[in-house]
Design a protein around this ligand. Structure first.
Ligand SMILES: *[C@@H]1O[C@H](CO)[C@@H](O)[C@H](O)[C@H]1NC(C)=O
Ligand SMILES: *[C@@H]1O[C@H](CO)[C@@H](O)[C@H](O)[C@H]1NC(C)=O
Length: 993
């Protein structure tokens, strides 16, 4: 699954400064957050002795348990549903009070028939589905108890007076059922038997049930949309991680693989889809209703979380590639408008790429992909029937930007990568989710590169994943990639794993691994791993074992085993900053923490040291890679005298930051300002990002970080510019209400003007679009920053375009530029511009266009418009519930909207909390979003008052965020106090012509 917020910030959101979501904010609510006082006690020096290690792991699991009790919102990023506070059931030894299934029963196959009703029930008004299911299972250990997952299903009592019927498949009789009940906390249907099921015998269990086809985006659910003013209903599914049990009773754990025979009953004329190919479909009359019954070929042996059932009135387009049928399904008008064509064209080549990469043919006869109007995540890799939100699959040249297009190519690639890694071979339990998702998040770049070879998209992992997750993983509240199996039990705990660490850090460390092994060796190990575990399950160390075998066979030299190297990256949180002193040639490492005053209270078996592969160059010559294994070593080769300089972590293949002695920093800055192309593009982006973050961590002075931006007047490449803009966001937040703002704007305008002129020339005075993908992005950055810093020519340009649109009703603005042009034109305009954009938003026929308008509406400088827009967010007829939080946060990102949004949230807290408490409202994003600019004593007081005033109402999933906002405000106040004078002076000096 690809959650939405966990998915990378699309580059074009930079286009509109208001629209960037702070990724820290999303993730601060996760992981460990231990007060300093508690923490100190837990730090024990010299964890060598076994006893100490045991003590540490006790502390670790206690802290972890504590954390989990506090954390009530599994912000899975999918605009997720805050769950009610988790109450751990009273300890009990009854098997039905445990969250994990016993090992006594193993399913062979299921026979499931489901009938979703696309009109509400006449008596109850509910949308429902009915179903019949039977499962054949083998008994692995004698038992008189059957536990099978079931959630929110109502059962019909059968002839035996019980919820289920049990028969023996083999000779012996089945015991009769003593009692049956639903255990709702652990989500089981429980059957107690009058005798034992016998080891190695096979049985058959059948049930009949009813469920609600709710609009809750989980399990079997309904999605609605309007077509020609007629409401249409789709029945569809999202099973991952634990909602297959909401559709039918099943052994709902990933290792309980089975074969599924699926039948769907549906209205005549509608289309039924599932994982397998359609076997037969006929018109029948059931319960007096004329319906169609469609059955599907049995699936391969697979996990329950990958099932999908969909009934719709959608249309499709198709092609075939080497006998695999590829179809793209969507709403009929979208298909008619050709919006599925791009996805259809790219799927075949990406599928072929992965067949080759994995050396394994696509295991199924068909690959369906479908775009759904309501979908919580970005996409879901159901085997043979991948589901997407519309913006992740549908492309329309007239409306979609290159960023929208890139998103489609990479998400398709991500999901297709899972068809093998995840679906064919599945991790045994959810604690290894990071490997499944991290892997797909890495190879999605390889597949997308195949589909769009001119984009250089593989480089973007550095901005989109590595730099992004560094921000989260540098906090003491981060957590290791790998979790213990026993620590991940409840559905909420599973959902929590779908975070930036699992996806982006997972991808980053796997890329590093593939790089130091070489791609050939990495593929070799991967291929034997997939071959050994096909249709089965594995754990992450199984992959290490196969990679080790490949490395050994290839004669690859490594400083330690694959397992030992990777343990330092997956079993402890964070990453190192590697410091190279070129005077002495010493190389050292330490745990990088963004806030130097924070204390790490989570112990690590490796004492926060890593085995670090270092690719580096001296002056212009790439050197032999070097392994840092230890706290501090000396390598004569890294001494640099005279004009020589050292640059490490080439292409940022390593998951770490780099610092140097002052002299080497000076030399690197000098290279940037005299001949920046001596340093490759990715490393120019790295120097900026490392410098700004080292400064935040007080490892180097802030003015040194600012100095990395001095050469920007000659920089034309996207990656370094984007790195700068990302880092300047913090400066804008801290200073856009202070005296620093003016000189900062003057300086940045001076720096961006040459870039603006460069694109003006390249595009023939804005008549054409740059050909390069990165150039298209950087053109957006140029316009965005030029307008933001008040370059008059830029502001006139966007106003003219927008006015032309308003006057002619013919939109002349290229889709790439729409976010930034809309935002800047609305900021410069008044009510007329706003109303026009609002009506375009209400009438948008494609989701990606509506998204651009919704964010741009927050850019106005008129307080009354902003206030009215805030009011709209609480009216679901105007702003969909799923978009309410982000709209309020957009307003808060606007310097004028900041205090309005804060007042709004403070005023309405109890209303918001009660109205949206159970829905898709993310309180932690909301609170972090409206307070992230806070940096004064007065704001700190308000925040504390807010906490006190609403203690009774509570903060739900935003509880931690309130405390974190207080902490962040204090940290911001400190940072400003320490930096304001220097920064003011620096911008003032540098802004001079
Ligand atoms: C599945 O169930 C249907 C009806 O309930 C039955 O006709 C069919 O034979 C069953 N198939 C298998 C493979 O058990
Ligand atoms: C299931 O039963 C409960 C309790 O009787 C009822 O409230 C609910 O509406 C039922 N659900 C369906 C889908 O019939």
């Amino acid at each position: 699954m690809l959650p939405v917020l966990t998915y990378k910030v699309p580059p074009s959101t930079r286009a509109c400064p208001q629209c960037r979501t702070l990724i820290q904010a999303d993730n601060m609510g996760k992981g460990f957050y231990i007060s300093k006082a508690v923490g100190v006690v837990a730090i024990i020096a010299g964890a060598g002795a076994l006893a100490t290690i045991i003590a540490l792991s006790v502390v670790y699991s206690q802290e972890k348990a504590k954390n989990n009790d506090n954390e009530v919102s599994p912000t899975d990023g999918g605009g997720s549903t805050p769950k009610p506070p988790v109450t751990t059931p009273a300890p009990s030894n009854e098997p039905w009070d445990k969250y994990r299934l016993p090992k006594s029963l193993v399913p062979n196959h299921y026979n499931v028939t489901l009938w979703p009703r696309l009109t509400p029930d006449e008596t109850t008004g509910l949308y429902i589905f009915t179903g019949e299911s039977s499962v054949e299972f083998r008994c692995a250990e004698d038992t008189n108890l059957i536990l099978i997952h079931s959630n929110k299903l109502n059962y019909t009592k059968l002839e035996n007076g019980q919820y289920a019927m049990l028969t023996a498949v083999s000779k012996a009789d089945a015991p009769s059922i003593k009692s049956s009940w639903l255990q709702s906390v652990t989500q089981y249907l429980v059957l107690q038997l009058n005798g034992n099921l016998m080891k190695d015998h096979t049985y058959h269990l059948s049930t009949r049930f009813t469920g609600e086809l709710a609009d809750d985006l989980g399990g079997f659910y309904r999605s609605e949309y309007m077509e020609n003013n007629v409401k249409k209903v789709v029945a569809t599914t999202q099973m991952q991680p634990t909602d297959a049990r909401k559709a039918f009773p099943c052994f709902d754990e990933p290792a309980m693989k089975a074969v599924f025979h699926i039948t769907l009953i549906h209205d005549r004329g509608t289309v039924a889809l599932s994982n397998g190919e359609q076997k037969e479909s006929s018109n029948v009359i059931i319960e007096g209703k004329d319906v169609q019954q469609t059955s599907f070929e049995p699936t391969e042996k697979m996990s329950t979380y990958l099932l999908a059932f969909i009934v719709s009135e959608f249309s499709f387009i198709n092609n075939t590639i080497d006998d695999v049928l590829i179809r793209i399904f969507a709403r009929t008008p979208a298909i008619t408008a050709g919006q599925g064509q791009y996805a259809l064209n790219k799927t075949g080549p990406i599928l072929k790429f992965f067949e080759n990469y994995y050396n394994s043919s696509y295991p199924l006869p068909k690959s369906d992909q479908i775009a759904l109007p309501d979908f919580n995540a970005g996409a879901m890799e159901n085997w043979g029937l991948i589901t997407y939100r519309e913006t992740a699959l549908l492309y329309d040249e007239a409306f979609s930007s290159n960023s929208n297009k890139e998103r489609i190519a990479t998400i398709i690639s991500h999901e297709l990568a899972h068809m093998w890694f995840g679906n064919l071979v599945t991790l045994r339990w959810w604690n290894d989710l990071w490997l499944n998702e991290g892997f797909a998040s890495y190879v999605e770049y390889l597949g997308a590169d195949e589909a769009e070879p001119t984009w250089n998209i593989k480089d973007l992992i550095v901005l989109n994943d590595i730099h992004r997750v560094f921000a989260v993983d540098a906090l003491t509240s981060s957590h290791p990639l790998s979790s213990k199996e026993e620590d991940i039990q409840r559905p909420e705990q599973i959902s929590e794993l779908f975070d930036a660490i699992s996806y982006s850090k997972g991808a980053s460390v796997l890329r590093m691994l593939s790089d130091f092994l070489t791609e050939e060796v990495f593929k070799m190990g991967l291929r034997t791993y997939l071959a050994e575990f096909a249709f089965g399950n594995a754990v992450y160390t199984d992959l290490w074992k196969h990679l080790q075998m490949a490395a050994t066979a290839n004669g690859t030299w490594l400083p330690a085993s694959v397992n030992d190297i990777m343990n330092t990256w997956v079993l402890q949180m964070g990453f190192p900053v590697v410091t190279i002193d070129t005077k002495t040639g010493t190389i050292s490492q330490r745990h990088f923490l963004l806030d130097p005053d924070s204390e790490v209270t989570t112990p690590s078996l490796f004492n926060y040291e890593w085995i670090v592969p270092i690719k580096w160059m001296k002056t212009e010559v790439v050197q032999e890679p070097y392994w840092l294994n230890g706290t501090k070593v000396t390598n004569e080769a890294m001494k640099a005298t005279g004009n020589d300089w050292v640059l490490a972590n080439l292409d940022v293949v390593g998951y770490y930051r780099v610092n140097y002695d002052d002299a080497n920093w000076d030399k690197l800055l000098n290279v940037l300002s005299t001949n920046h192309k001596l340093i490759q593009v990715i490393n120019r982006a790295q120097l900026v990002d490392d410098a700004f973050n080292l400064a935040r961590a007080k490892i180097i002075p802030t003015v040194r970080a600012l100095s990395t931006t001095k050469y920007l007047n000659v920089e034309r490449e996207y990656m370094p510019w984007d790195s700068v803009l990302g880092n300047l966001d913090f400066f804008y937040l801290m200073f856009d209400r202070s005296e620093v703002y003016g000189p900062m704007q003057d300086y940045l305008r001076k720096q961006v003007t040459p870039l603006f002129n460069h694109y003006k020339t390249m595009t023939g005075n804005w008549e054409t679009v740059p050909t390069g993908h990165m150039d298209q992005y950087n053109q957006v950055n140029a316009i965005s920053l030029a307008c933001r810093t008040g370059l008059e020519e830029c502001q006139n340009l966007v106003k003219t375009w927008f006015a032309e649109w308003m006057n002619t009703n013919n939109n002349p603005i290229h889709p790439n530029l729409r976010s930034t042009v809309y935002c800047n034109a609305i900021a410069a305009g008044g009510a007329k511009e706003w109303e026009f954009a609002w009506s375009e938003f209400r009438n948008a026929s494609i989701a990606s266009e509506a998204e651009k308008l919704r964010s741009a509406l927050s850019c106005t400088k008129q307080p009354w418009l902003l206030n009215r827009y805030l009011e709209y967010t609480l009216d679901p007829k105007l702003i969909r519930k799923q978009d309410a939080t982000s709209t309020i946060v957009y307003v808060a990102n606007n310097v004028i909207g900041q205090s309005l949004a804060w007042d709004f949230v403070r005023d309405r807290w109890s209303y918001i909390f009660n109205q949206y408490g159970g829905g898709s409202f993310s309180f932690s994003n909301l609170i972090n979003g409206v307070t992230k600019r806070f940096s004064t004593d007065f704001e700190l007081k308000q925040l504390r008052q807010f906490k006190a005033d609403n203690a009774e109402v509570g903060f739900g999933s935003g509880t931690l965020a309130v405390d974190q906002s207080i902490e962040r405000t204090i940290a911001n106040m400190k940072w400003i106090a320490e930096n304001r004078q220097n920064v003011l002076k620096w911008f003032g000096d540098e802004a001079k012509p």
